[in-house]
Ligand binder design. Structure first.
Ligand SMILES: [Mg+2]
Length: 276
């Protein structure tokens, strides 16, 4: 009961984009993410990992396309064999690399959502390694690409501008960019279902569990969360492709067994979870 109350509270914080620990004077909390952001920005290992994922997804695409019993969406259960093929791909940290925004939060000491709208409006995010090649390949095969993001509807134009600026395939004749229309609803299930009504979905690609399963299933504490990954062991690397995101995400909120009331308390809980 207590846990579900805490979870509920954490959900509210995320839904309303409340920055629980914003503090301009003490930057040490934001600085805890420095190594993960540097890993994303500078390591050959991260680059190679993303190229590896997209190369693999490219290989799988051909067999997924030729097998009309194939679908990657859990909710797609029948009458899809003759539907045209599509893929569903998340945007942030799956297609667009926003690590410069993360870098800014370290320097300013102010975390998301401070500065987020400004960053998105600049439309200067770079592509994740391997994604352009993969999307061009997908497009050439005549497979429809749906970009499914939790960026708010108000950020649609800037998001589209950024994707087009990078010369990524973008069909302007159809609504292929699905934003978060209801600020209170982060769950992507209904938007996946909407696509699955018209298309046979070959692959899902994302950097968060919720790019694949419902928030009900993914918004749990970290020990249960790992079990969700295990539950779908037949999907990963076959129909679902996960991009590593060490810099932010639901995984971090799932660390906190109790709601931390300060940065110090959050650090204390992080240390408690840390295995040694
Ligand atoms: Mg993402």
């Amino acid at each position: 009961m207590m846990k579900s109350l805490i979870l509920c509270f954490l959900n509210l914080l995320i839904i309303f984009n409340i920055n629980i620990f914003a503090s301009e004077n003490d930057k040490s909390f934001q600085e805890q993410s420095m190594l993960s952001v540097l890993y994303v920005q500078t390591s050959a290992e991260f680059e190679a990992n993303n190229i590896q994922t997209y190369n693999f997804a490219k290989d799988i695409l051909d067999s997924a396309l030729s097998d009309n019993s194939w679908t990657a969406v859990l909710e797609q259960k029948s009458n899809y064999a003759d539907k045209p093929p599509a893929i569903i791909i998340d945007v942030d940290e799956t297609v667009l690399d926003n690590s410069k925004f993360q870098g800014r939060t370290i320097i300013s000491g102010l975390s998301y959502p401070n500065g987020w709208i400004e960053w998105v409006s600049e439309a200067n995010a770079t592509p994740v390694a391997g994604v352009k090649d993969f999307l061009e390949y997908t497009d050439k095969k005549g497979i429809k690409i749906f970009y499914l993001t939790n960026r708010l509807e108000s950020l649609r134009d800037a998001t589209q501008k950024n994707l087009i600026k990078l010369n990524l395939p973008f069909d302007t004749k159809e609504k292929i960019l699905l934003m978060r229309e209801d600020p209170d609803v982060r769950d992507k299930t209904s938007r996946r279902e909407l696509i699955a009504e018209k298309y046979r979905v070959l692959l899902l690609i994302g950097d968060q569990l919720t790019d694949f399963v419902s928030t009900d299933e993914a918004y749990v504490f970290h020990k249960e969360r790992k079990k969700v990954a295990k539950k779908y062991d037949q999907m990963w690397g076959k129909k679902w492709f996960m991009i590593t995101n060490p810099t932010y995400g639901r995984w971090e909120y799932s660390l906190y067994d109790q709601f931390p009331e300060s940065e110090e308390e959050a650090i204390k809980y992080r240390k408690e979870v840390l295995k040694r």
